[in-house]
Design a protein. Sequence first.
Length: 254
Amino acid sequence: MSILLICVLIFVLFMVAAYAGLALQTKLTSEHKSGETKGVVGQVSGLVSLLLALVLGTLIGVSWGYFSGQRANLENFSAQILRLDQALAQYGPETKPLRDKLKEGIQKGYDTFWGSGNVDPNALTVEAPLANAQGISDFLATLKPATDAQKAALATAQQYSSMVEQSRLLMSLQVASGPVSWVLIAILVFWTAALFFGIGLYAESNTLVIAALTFGALSIAFAILLILELGMPYTGLFRVSPAALEQTIEYIDK
């Protein structure tokens, strides 16, 4: 089920809770409509509103921090790839097959996540980077430096190949864990549905009230959509900028 559809269902749930409160309002007895009862319900609604504001703001901040962290990881990864390619170029023409393979892999990754097709979930796992890292290590092990310059270049290439491997694995592991638990989202939905029910319970049903409830439900549904989408930086609606990777593709293997 897509994130957008989930948020639409959440919005519908909020509106159902609000209409349920409006419908139950007509069946309340006089003691349920007393000032003291309304005051208690109002105080609880205020408490839930405060909790929602705090938690929503925190989760949006956490998701944005996660999104920004993935963008920084991608930029670091791109820089490390360029330095690895540069070290291989300094070693000599023997490394041309590996440099071509690096460029092919970066281009494939770019096409996978920023192309027009759907992203294969397996592309986000650690399986592919582990296999690529092993291939690079095996290739570097076959090199036999003959000069001090080649020895220095090989040492630099080994250093940056290790950094590339770590960065790529870190990106995959962070994507696997995600920034926000679905349990927290479920709690938010429960609190919001209860709040809309309480608001509808003592609100007079008219066009303005319905419009206000609809706007409120849409706002929180959009906030949840933002939280979830920011937690999907390579497959969601808001993807990290590929500018660093585009620069890498342009200058690698030259």
